[in-house]
Design a binder for this molecule. Structure first.
Ligand SMILES: [Fe+2]
Length: 206
């Protein structure tokens, strides 16, 4: 079964000036779609027909198939990223809020560190909030790299900092894009759900 481009979990025009419909047209409709197509084209030749997306990613990594790893990991990373966003301007609550205060001191400190990591990440990649055991940690990964192939990185929240994620709306101003998302557009309910350690499954398919 071929992998598919997942629908966005909201209307593409629901973020106002934070993210335009045009950026979703390109980022979701063109870039994410291209990774889906590239993955489907390579799964058969790699002998991985019928494997789930997460299995393809793991086996491509283990087998040193960088081209398939990059395409398939980008399918998963983007499927996860869309779910991390919400046009509703939520705030962390409950257990997640308590863990943020425990591990970072305050929500503001978490946001400042995640912004610094994401803005400071050199070239293309992803800023991440992950769960290591019972501890929240911030990191960033290069290019298509993804938490699921690293020990101690259960995915909770990601920010796409590839230039294609913000250039249409923010030109080169990555800090403004990161500020807008962290301040107004994070789906903290989704982040809290991922504290169960099953975040990988929420962007998996096949
Ligand atoms: Fe992207």
């Amino acid at each position: 079964m071929a992998f598919v481009l997942p629908d966005l979990p909201y209307a593409k025009d629901s973020f106002g000036s934070i993210l335009s419909a045009e950026i979703f047209d390109y980022h979701h409709g063109k870039h994410h779609q291209a990774y889906v197509t590239q993955t489907n084209d390579q799964v058969g030749p790699a002998g991985l027909e019928g494997a789930s997306l997460s299995e393809v990613i793991a086996k491509a990594k283990a087998g040193g198939n960088a081209k398939l790893f990059n395409a398939s990991a980008q399918v998963w990373n983007h499927s996860f990223y869309w779910q991390c966003l919400s046009p509703e301007g939520q705030q962390p609550t409950g257990k997640l809020k308590d863990m943020i205060v425990r591990d970072f001191g305050s929500q503001d400190e978490l946001l400042a560190k995640l912004k610094a990591e994401s803005v400071g990440h050199f070239a293309s990649g992803w800023g991440w909030l992950v769960l290591d055991g019972d501890t929240l940690k911030i990191t960033s990964l290069h290019d298509a790299d993804t938490p699921m192939v690293h020990d101690g990185m259960k995915p909770l929240l990601t920010l796409d900092v590839w230039e294609h994620a913000y250039y249409i709306d923010y030109r080169n101003a990555r800090p403004n894009y990161v500020d807008a998302l962290l301040g107004k557009a994070i789906n903290w309910e989704f982040v809290a759900m991922n504290l169960d350690g099953k975040g990988v499954s929420r962007a998996d398919q096949g």
